[in-house]
Design a protein around this ligand. Structure first.
Ligand SMILES: C[S@@+](CC[C@H](N)C(=O)[O-])C[C@H]1O[C@@H](n2cnc3c(N)ncnc32)[C@H](O)[C@@H]1O
Length: 260
């Protein structure tokens, strides 16, 4: 059981998630139940001038659910880690903010997303960027080595959200920030939705009830400073129905690790 209040077959879920995001990496023009790409990023609030500097290959596969870089407030020279970095748009966006004296690590478990992001990084000369294969529940990163943890549309896909926030806490330096966008729900969804791996992989079934989500963050030791709603919309009928019935919505939030 996790913050969604029910269980899903985690192996089946992982297969479905990897399959979905392999397609997102390789066929960004395909038909999906969610919006993709640069028009979505602009609608969510990403500044077009910065997007214009980011490689097109990365923004065409952007599958995030909100904008949070104003909350992250990244500075030159900072170290950032992106949980579930996909094809890398947010990693490159963060690299534009922290400059060449900073560093950005993207972590993902889908090989095709990693391969695409690495190819784009090499071709575009982002020397401060690195993509690591790994799971967000067990980050391939040292303790207290980052100023900011970012993540966009990913933690809802993880059955054990408490483990993800515990890892975010572990890798942050004291005083470090967690700035993310994710899908949550106003009401606890019924088990038939939560246990449906296909709906879960579509960013619906795994959406935790918002108070349980907050508790999972605060249970890790992080203090929530701000949470706000995003102008994100689901496209498929099934997703829209669940969204209307259970108040499934996108939020951006900022949480801080206490200073020692
Ligand atoms: C909705 S996409 C978002 C990608 C990226 N953040 C973006 O905004 O475009 C979710 C990504 O998270 C990755 N992912 C999902 N669960 C994961 C996990 N437990 N560990 C590592 N990566 C995961 C998927 O492979 C996929 O690339």
């Amino acid at each position: 059981m996790d913050a969604t209040g029910a269980t899903v077959d985690s192996r089946e879920l992982e297969t479905k998630v990897k399959d979905m995001y392999r397609h997102v990496a390789e066929q960004p023009d395909g038909k999906y139940h969610f919006e993709l790409g640069r028009p979505l990023a602009e609608r969510l609030g990403y500044p077009p001038d910065v997007l214009g500097r980011i490689p097109e290959g990365a923004s065409e596969s952007f599958a995030g659910v909100g904008y949070f870089f104003d909350l992250a407030d990244l500075a030159e020279g900072e170290a950032v880690i992106d949980l579930g970095s996909g094809s890398g748009m947010d990693v490159f966006f963060a690299a534009e903010r922290v400059g060449t004296s900073g560093s950005v690590v993207g972590v993902d478990f889908t090989s095709e997303q990693l391969a695409k992001a690495r190819r784009i990084a090499n071709e575009s000369g982002y020397s401060q960027v690195e993509f690591r294969e790994g799971r967000i529940e067990q980050l391939p990163a040292e303790a207290e080595s980052f100023d900011c943890v970012i993540s966009n549309g990913v933690i809802n896909l993880a059955p054990d959200k408490g483990a993800v926030f515990a890892e975010a806490f572990r890798v942050l330096r004291p005083g470090g920030r967690l700035a993310i966008a994710d899908i949550v729900s106003e009401q606890q969804m019924k088990e038939s939705i939560v246990c449906d791996a296909a709906l879960w992989a579509s960013c619906i079934g795994g959406a935790a009830q918002v108070d349980a989500y907050r508790e999972a963050i605060e249970g890790s030791g992080l203090g929530i400073e701000e949470i706000r709603e995003n102008p994100y919309q689901f496209i498929s009928d099934r997703a829209r129905d669940a969204s209307a019935k259970y108040g499934v919505k996108s939020v951006s939030l900022l949480a801080i690790k206490p200073s020692n």
